[in-house]
Design a binder for this molecule. Structure first.
Ligand SMILES: [Zn+2]
Length: 166
């Protein structure tokens, strides 16, 4: 065996947490919201992704017609009554029966509406306590070994998309 390391596995591969958080950050890039882009990635206990989402207007609603502003005289002319948050979309997009025991990777602290969704979807929390203290028990700090992940399509020799037939 050679001493140049070519036959050994890489040591600097992406760990699972960084990989899933990167998926959440990448998903955020899909958002059309001009002021905040948030992505979420739900992972089951087998480290398989079961849901991805980002903040955006509800399905079927024309995002060229709905407002994207953060303030207006009439609240109905702001984005807030309409935008679906990343956490909501990730849960709604799930490809598993439920998200019990799963972990959600998300860049921002969830709002109170998403906190309720996360707690209800998990179905194992004490509903008598305050939402935010419950959420504090759910949330784990995310520590990354790397500050950023570099991704360039130029580094891939010949990127391809494979489409399965219907
Ligand atoms: Zn939210």
């Amino acid at each position: 065996m050679s001493e140049d390391g070519a036959t050994r596995k890489r040591d600097d591969y992406l760990e699972w947490p960084e990989y899933f958080m990167a998926v959440a950050f990448l998903s955020a890039q899909r958002s059309k919201d001009p002021s905040s882009q948030v992505g979420a990635c739900i992972v089951n206990q087998e480290n398989k992704i079961v849901g991805i989402g980002y903040n955006g207007m509800p399905n079927g609603c024309d995002d060229d017609l709905l407002p994207w502003s953060r303030s207006a005289d009439d609240r109905l002319n702001t984005k807030y009554p309409y935008v679906c948050h990343a956490e909501l979309n990730a849960i709604m997009n799930k490809n598993s029966a439920d998200v019990k025991g799963c972990t959600m990777y998300v860049a921002l602290f969830p709002c109170n509406e998403c906190a309720k969704l996360i707690i209800q979807a998990g179905d194992c929390w004490d509903h008598t306590a305050k939402i935010i203290s419950l959420l504090g028990r759910l949330i784990r700090a995310f520590y990354s070994k790397c500050a950023y992940i570099f991704c360039s399509f130029g580094l891939i020799t010949a990127p391809k998309m494979l489409v399965f037939s219907k």
